[in-house]
Design a protein. Structure first.
Length: 74
């Protein structure tokens, strides 16, 4: 029986795509997987640092200060 599993590069790319879905940024979702010798050594996604406001909160605050209307297209 032929091995029908996906290859390692595709597997790691799928992991990065899954991580990107956790992004808190409304403009761009990015996930990353760092691999060495076939093993994941680090992974992450873009967004605000834990405990700091999300980019949408900061953007809304700037809009209020300058009297702007914000339309989020996420």
């Amino acid at each position: 029986m032929k091995d029908e599993r996906i290859g390692w590069p595709a597997y790691f790319m799928m992991q990065a795509a899954m991580l990107a879905s956790r992004s808190t940024c409304t403009r761009l979702h990015v996930g990353a997987v760092v691999v060495k010798d076939g093993r994941i050594i680090a992974s992450g996604y873009n967004g605000s640092v834990t405990g700091t406001p999300h980019c949408t909160e900061v953007g809304d605050l700037i809009a209020v200060i300058f009297g702007l209307t914000v339309i989020w297209d996420g």
